[in-house]
Design a protein around this ligand. Sequence first.
Ligand code: IPD
Ligand code: CA
Length: 265
Amino acid sequence: MTQTTELLELATDIAREAGELAARRRRDGVEIAATKSSLADIVTEADREVEVLIRERLIEARPDDGFLGEESAAGGVSEGTSGITWVVDPIDGTVNYAAGIPFYAVSIAAVSGGVDPRTWTTQVGVVAAPATSELFRAARGEGAWLDGRRLAVAERNPAGALIATGFGYDARTHAGDLASLTAAFAYARDMRRMGSAALDLAAVAAGRIDAYFERGLNPWDVAAGELLVTEAGGRFGWISPDGARPMMLAAGPELFGVLADALPV
Ligand code: IPD
Ligand code: CA
């Protein structure tokens, strides 16, 4: 078994188990445990419990790997010695999860080449959506799949693009987000704000939507989804990499170029 296959199988098994735990806790009822950067930026007990489960499973299987998880990020990256770091969002779409909206996911990626997002290379990425039982998977150089189906980004649609975006939790940034939305609307047939960056990227990879852009995302929101998009033939990039809130864009190659020119950076 190659290392990539080993990493992909491990990520798949853990994402499934973690997704089942998240869904079970959702059925039991969700408690908001705390807020993070703002009152809108919540964390539930389930976020923490799911991240602990994922971390335990990874330590059992690969004790020498590093770990960067959303709920433990305040404590920094735990650096490993193997050259592989796991980048984990235990529940991406926490606001949906807490509200009972079934658009949330477990996102797990294995990256190599360093713990700094600007230097790493994602080797495998898995996004599990427990509410729909969908499992999106990608391995570097080997493609992206939804369950058994190979994924490909959408062709350019003459009627315009179906474009997803998201807004940060800080109200002071919303005027800028609305300016981006206005610029993108010139190329859109409709817009979506679905509430999970990992699933938005999976939707680009699956050709369900044509593009997704958002400022201010964190590495764990996108580590798995980036590989889904690029392995499905799309482009992923930070089109204003140096600002305080870099703009992330994912789309098919042609639309990527159009939106990269149109969006304010
Ligand atoms: C959030 C979701 C949301 C996006 C936010 C993210 P969380 O992650 O991906 O769609 O708009 O920027 O922070 O907080 O649910 O893990
Ligand atoms: Ca997230």
